[in-house]
Design a protein around this ligand. Structure first.
Ligand code: 5GP
Length: 117
C-alpha cells in the first residue's frame, strides 16, 4: 500500500489544519504559507494526484471543487468585481506542484500580479 500524502493525512486528521469547510466530497483549509491575506486550499477527499490524472469519472468532483471555492470566496467577501480572487491549480514540476494530491488554491485579499512567475 502506498504512503499517504500530506493532504490525505490532513483529511484523516493525522496532521492539524485550519479547516474552513468540509463535506462528503472535499475539504478546504488555510494554506500554511499564505501568499495573500486569504489563501485557502480546496482538495477532493478522493486521492487524485493532480488534474492531469483526473478522469471523466471525476467530472462532478472537479465541478464541486470550483463551486466550493466560489462559495468560500463569497463568504470571505471576495466575489464582487471590485474585490476579486484567483483560482490556481499547479500541475507537475513545471507547474510548481509540491504536494501530489489535487488542490485548488483560492487566493485573495490583495491585488495580484499577472503574469505569474
Ligand atoms: P502546490 O505548490 O503543490 O500547488 O501547493 C501546495 C501548498 O500546500 C503550498 O501553498 C503550501 O504552502 C501548502 N502546504 C504545504 N504543507 C502544508 C501543511 O502542512 N499544511 C497546510 N495547511 N498547507 C501546507
Amino acid at each position: 500500500m502506498s504512503e499517504k500524502t500530506l493532504f490525505e493525512r490532513i483529511i484523516d486528521r493525522e496532521i492539524p489544519a485550519d479547516i474552513v469547510h468540509e463535506d462528503e466530497i472535499c475539504l478546504a483549509f488555510k494554506d500554511i504559507a499564505p501568499q495573500a491575506p486569504f489563501h485557502i486550499l480546496i482538495i477532493p477527499k478522493k486521492p487524485i494526484p493532480r488534474l492531469g490524472e483526473a478522469g471523466n469519472e471525476d467530472q462532478s468532483a472537479l465541478g464541486h471543487l470550483l463551486l466550493t471555492a466560489r462559495s468560500i470566496a463569497s463568504d470571505l467577501g471576495l466575489s464582487d468585481k471590485e474585490k476579486g480572487f484567483r483560482i490556481v491549480i499547479n500541475n507537475g514540476n513545471d507547474g510548481g506542484e509540491t504536494v501530489p494530491h489535487l488542490h485548488v488554491h483560492l487566493i485573495g485579499g490583495r491585488a495580484l500580479n499577472w503574469p505569474p512567475g
